[in-house]
Ligand binder design. Structure first.
Ligand code: ZN
Length: 249
């Protein structure tokens, strides 16, 4: 009897694991589109926009989880245990002794305030390796998006006037469009990252639309492929209609 119970428990555990894996795989964006080439740009954004809103401990914790998630596995997920964070990250601010660890309650405080700032997000149940967190990148963090937008207004306005600048094929320019649109799909409002965002031509290329700042807009993959070559007006009417309205037709 206990043998059967053990087997059932084993199967349950396996199902749980499969469920978590399937959920993470389904999550739009990062896994499939992640490119190591984007890491320098992300680091630039972290230093420019994220670090100014973090405390010294939060900065240390962020680089730790960044290294273990994005650099380590190429995904935005990592398991964090309070004990692991106490020993593996950084020494206490209040001591010159190299072995003076920060307290467990301080670790919890730092994790809590990072969560409150939207820098990390609990994304699964705890197991013996810790709690599953999603490490957010700057474009997913509200305060970072606001300062990106401010920065754009001040720094790079004149460049948009130049018609010949290609905002579609040049990677840094694509990022400028995403930043202008705050990494949100301009059709359905979904929050995106540089990995899940796509650029949509407002006037399609087939109708003479160009790769200019004004003719490009941020769209999620699903809106982009649904819109295809249809005029923006028609498409928006469809996106904005509720499911009920669609049924009545
Ligand atoms: Zn969309």
């Amino acid at each position: 009897m206990s043998f059967i119970n053990e087997k059932i428990a084993g199967i349950r555990k396996l199902l749980d694991e499969l469920e978590t894996e399937a959920r993470l795989e389904n999550e739009e964006g990062f896994q499939q589109r992640f490119s190591p080439l984007d890491i320098p740009d992300i680091i630039k954004d972290i230093v420019d926009y994220l670090m100014p809103i973090l405390s010294p401990y939060e900065v240390a914790f962020y680089w730790y989880v960044f290294r273990h998630a994005i650099i380590g596995t190429g995904t935005q997920h990592v398991r964090i245990s309070t004990r692991g964070m106490q020993h593996g990250v950084v020494n206490s601010i209040h001591s010159r002794d190299t072995n003076s660890k920060i307290s467990l309650s301080q670790v919890r405080n730092v994790l809590g305030s990072m969560e409150a700032k939207g820098v990390i997000r609990k994304d699964g149940e705890a197991n013996r390796d810790g709690t599953l967190y999603r490490v957010m990148i700057p474009e997913e963090i509200e305060d970072c998006r606001i300062s990106m937008l401010e920065h754009q207004k001040i720094e790079s306005k004149p460049v948009y006037a130049e018609k010949e600048v290609d905002f579609y094929n040049i990677r840094e320019n694509r990022l400028q469009i995403y930043e202008r649109d705050q990494y949100k799909c301009q059709y359905c409002g979904k929050q995106l990252t540089r990995f899940s965002a796509t650029l949509d031509h407002i006037i399609p290329v087939t109708e003479g639309g160009e790769n200019t700042y004004d003719n490009l807009t941020t769209a999620c993959l699903s809106c982009n492929s649904q819109k295809n070559r249809r005029p923006v007006g028609d498409f928006l009417a469809d996106v904005n209609s509720t499911p009920e309205e669609t049924k009545k037709r």
